[in-house]
Design a protein around this ligand. Structure first.
Ligand SMILES: Cc1cc2nc3c(=O)[nH]c(=O)nc-3n(C[C@H](O)[C@H](O)[C@H](O)COP(=O)(O)OP(=O)(O)OC[C@H]3O[C@@H](n4cnc5c(N)ncnc54)[C@H](O)[C@@H]3O)c2cc1C
Length: 431
């Protein structure tokens, strides 16, 4: 079987590698144009979307399970650090609430290696995945912006903006939140919607700037003013910070997360902004001393009832909107990859393709929609204050985290790809 994968992001690269491991020939296509980037750079370092962009991503057991099944876990561990706690604070760093993530995960994840979540720079994880694809001999074509999908009786064709085409037995849309694949198969009503939230993602050398960070993952919240700052310790040396604000208009409907070229201007501006919000000094220093800041407009998607149509299937952000408030976005995308991997390992034939895609949608839509709703609920918790005031809302958060820490409530469920797939195949009507 020949598969055309649109998008070489984290989920697209992981999908191509997984399908290759399942014995399927994949080719990756991405709109990123290296030649145009080099021509536009005027001799300065080249920033392309899969270059050194973004900040840190959190890998919960659902993601690390899949990476382990693909044989990439050890390399990921070597490049990341564990993140055993999450802290929530008021904006000034007071009233800490602590979630102990390892015992929480241990209730759902029997493998001790996977119980602590990992923090890794997005660019490092991307590099591991792209290198794995390259070493596996998976071909990648750049400067290929998908504009149209055309289905034939026994194949599907991707049409690119440069006039070229790629034909396959299956097309995987891994082209992110603004997915052209999704719009091609489900129409413009499935377009992503701006949430009103702007994020600024900074990465900082903690050691070189003598910044002491006690938290491994911290959320600083002002519910009344709708201001949120998140901090992540990526390693002993590197920290990442996200500043989320409703206060500024969407600048240019930017689809990329390209770093600011005028770093001193924006680091000073953002440091002054959050100083005004009253953050602790180390948080202000993290953005003031950042060596890279990428602005990102936060989008969400209308929930889809199904993730495939004909010979086209969606994975990752292309399939499910996931506001980045609960650290579930990448994990959910990795579960998509794990589900396709397990399905194609068991049902690799052409004749099974429609069953594979139906099972995939049946399994993934409820899980991903639940995760998307959980992320939206977290956003509501951060950005709203009860009629009894922000302190009461913080108290409610404390009560919720107490319930999670003491096993009185489930935080989320881990999608067990092999088990779920086995069960779904077993319940298929026999031919
Ligand atoms: C540059 C960048 C930086 C990010 N930084 C962070 C971060 O710091 N922290 C965090 O939590 N999340 C970050 N994210 C988001 C996070 O990585 C994703 O939410 C998640 O990993 C889902 O990945 P994905 O592969 O589904 O989509 P994406 O990572 O968005 O990848 C989509 C890929 O598809 C390509 N593409 C898009 N449209 C087309 C088209 N028409 N034709 C061909 N190719 C197309 C894009 O160029 C991109 O390579 C970032 C995303 C990007 C793109």
């Amino acid at each position: 079987m020949n598969v055309v994968v649109i998008g070489t992001g984290l989920v697209g690269a992981a999908t191509a590698f997984a399908l290759h491991k399942a014995g399927i020939t994949c080719t990756l296509y991405d709109q990123v144009d290296l030649v145009a980037a080099a021509l536009n750079s005027n001799g300065t370092p080249i920033d392309v979307d899969f270059g050194d962009t973004g900040g840190s991503v959190l890998l919960a057991p659902s993601a690390t399970r899949v990476l382990k099944s693909l044989g990439l876990f050890d390399e990921v561990v070597a490049q990341s650090s564990t993140s055993p706690h999450v802290h929530w604070y008021k904006m000034d760093g007071s009233a800490a609430v602590q979630l102990d993530v390892v015992p929480l995960n241990a209730r759902m994840e029997p493998d001790p290696e996977l119980q602590a979540p990992l923090q890794i720079l997005r660019s490092k994880l991307h590099n591991i995945l792209l290198k794995a694809c390259q070493q596996a001999g998976i071909r990648m074509f750049m400067g290929k912006k998908l504009v149209r999908v055309e289905e034939q009786a026994y194949s599907v064709t991707a049409h690119f903006a440069d006039g070229s085409t790629a034909k396959g037995d299956l097309l995987v849309g891994a082209d992110g939140i603004h997915s052209a694949t999704r719009r091609a198969i489900f129409g413009e009503s499935s377009k992503s919607q701006f949430t009103g939230v702007l994020g600024y993602i900074g990465v900082v050398d903690l050691v070189a700037n003598n910044i002491k960070m006690n938290e491994t993952c911290g959320f600083y919240i002002d519910r009344v003013k709708k201001e949120l700052v998140c901090t992540f310790r990526v390693s002993e040396q590197i920290g990442a910070i996200n500043i989320m604000t409703f206060h500024e208009p969407d600048p240019e409907e930017t689809e990329g997360w390209r770093p600011y070229s005028d770093l001193p201007k924006h680091s000073a501006r953002l440091a002054e902004l959050i100083r005004g919000w009253g953050v602790p000094n180390h948080v202000e220093q993290m953005i003031r001393q950042a060596y890279r800041i990428s602005p990102a407009s936060i989008y969400d998607l209308p929930d889809l009832d199904v993730y495939h149509k004909g010979r086209t299937v969606l994975v990752g952000d292309a399939a499910h909107g996931m506001v980045p408030n609960a650290g579930l976005g990448l994990g959910t995308g990795m579960e998509d990859v794990g589900a396709l991997f397990e399905l194609f390992k068991r049902l690799p034939g052409q004749k099974d393709l429609h069953s594979v895609l139906s099972i995939y949608s049946k399994l993934r839509v409820p899980q991903a929609t639940a995760n998307a709703n959980r992320s939206r609920e977290m956003a509501k918790q951060y950005y709203s204050s009860s009629v009894l005031g922000p302190s009461f809302s913080h108290f409610l958060l404390r009560a919720g985290i107490f319930a999670f820490n003491h096993n009185l409530m489930k935080f989320y469920s881990i999608f067990d790809c092999p088990k779920e797939v086995e069960r779904a195949i077993a319940s298929m009507p026999k031919a």
